[in-house]
Design a protein around this ligand. Structure first.
Ligand code: PLP
Length: 397
């Protein structure tokens, strides 16, 4: 019989009762080091006192009023994001996929209102992941995810990542913009080359195309900069954010230059829940922490420390791990055995991780992890690798 909770996920048989920092505790008292962080979402750790207090206080005052009224918490959050980025204006919604949908709408509408209604196509990249709505499934382009859901939404073309020739060849008179993750997450933690991003920016300017970054996973400090594109020194025209922005509270955002944002006039786009007082209070609390002086430097330092430990692990266990890649605390370890087996072995050692494509184990801990958390994680991965080796020797003929 089908479970009451629709079976859209293969869930581990673990139910957590509470968390603290980078640790999660089950009802039966077991504790797990959480390097999954709600899939790169619990950016400031579990039960972060500042976030908890802010949410509790806001919930006790007013949670939701709709966008028919001013929302001071949203105004403040938008102003802070504008201040910290390339953007002139921000739209709030509830998830990454919803932010990407709105981003594509904004790009198309700006082209149309600038006299180019024929420019409706968006160039995306092989291996992309932009979410599960009908539109974003088509932007993602992965046939497995599209199976059984009817015709693809029109208007999305795909080219290989980091290939300027292929990209230039794909531009037509109908192209409106280019959308990509600065580091592809779901397909295996694959960074776009810095030079590719710089040439992409030049190409977009040359052809009058809008450059749209999906920073749903890479944004809000995950890579050690507030947004990952800062590493390449390349600014987009529009960008999506979600995941880490609310620290576990659902919120998404579209950040855009005025040239694009000014066309999203009343009635052109909307959401009931998006940008409500509670979600924006939560995101403001997250920004209090992430924008505090020295916080992002600390993330970079922690990431470098963890990288060193992981490189040692790979050197000692080449039969289990073949490569480390990523940026900041968005880390991929390519596995030799099936990534699912490595993930299970890590879980048995009390370490939670996420799998990604290309047989990659994804490590996306809270940005607030300590050096001791990093040592514990490396130690647990080492024990997992030893357990895999022992099991392999046992089953060898
Ligand atoms: N874009 C990227 C890069 C993502 O990693 C994800 C989720 O993993 C999404 C979009 C979709 O976000 P959501 O699941 O919040 O709709």
């Amino acid at each position: 019989m089908i479970p009451a909770l629709m079976p859209t996920y293969n869930r581990a048989d673990l139910a957590f009762e509470r968390g603290e920092g980078a640790w999660l505790y089950t009802t039966d008292g077991r504790r797990f080091l959480d390097f999954a962080a709600g899939i790169a979402t619990c950016s400031v750790g579990h039960a972060n006192p500042h976030l908890v207090k802010t949410i509790a206080e806001q919930a006790a005052k007013v949670m939701h009023v709709s966008n028919l009224f001013r929302v001071p918490q949203a105004e403040r959050l938008a102003a802070r994001l504008v201040e910290a980025t390339f953007a002139d204006s921000v739209f709030f919604c509830n998830s990454g996929a919803e932010a990407n949908e709105g981003m594509v709408k904004a790009v198309r509408r700006a082209q149309a209102k600038n006299g180019h209604p024929e420019r409706m196509r968006i160039i995306c990249f092989d291996g992309a992941f932009h979410g599960r709505t009908l539109g974003m499934l088509s932007a993602t382009g992965n046939p497995t995810y599209l199976d059984g859901f009817g015709e693809r939404a029109p208007g999305f073309d795909h080219v290989p990542l980091n290939n300027m020739n292929a990209l230039r060849n794909a531009v037509t008179a109908e192209t409106a913009g280019v959308m990509l993750e600065p580091v592809q997450g779901e397909s295996g933690i694959k960074p776009a080359d810095k030079r590719f991003l710089q040439e992409l920016r030049t190409m977009c300017d040359e052809f009058g195309l809008y450059l749209a970054f999906d920073e749903v996973q890479t944004g809000v400090g995950r890579t050690g900069k507030l947004f990952a594109h800062e590493w390449a020194g390349v600014e987009p025209d529009i960008m999506s954010a979600a995941k880490g922005l609310g620290g576990g509270f659902p919120i998404g955002a579209i950040l855009a230059r005025e040239e694009i944002a000014k066309h999203l006039t009343p009635g052109t786009h909307g959401t009931t829940f998006g940008g409500n007082p509670l979600a924006c209070a939560a995101a403001n609390a997250v920004l209090d922490i992430i924008l505090a002086p020295g916080f992002l430097d600390q993330v970079q330092k922690r990431a470098a420390f963890l990288d060193g430990l992981l490189d040692g692990l790979i050197a000692d266990h080449p039969d289990v791990f073949s490569e480390r890649r990523g940026l900041g605390l968005l880390i991929g370890l390519r596995c030799v055995p099936k990534v699912g087996d490595v993930m299970c072995a890590a879980q048995q050692q009390g370490l939670l991780t996420v799998s990604a494509g290309d047989n990659v184990l994804r490590l996306v801990p809270p940005l607030t992890i300590t050096e001791q958390d990093c040592r514990e994680a490396a130690d647990r991965l080492r024990k997992a690798a030893e357990a895999i080796r022992a099991a392999t020797l046992e089953t060898a003929p």
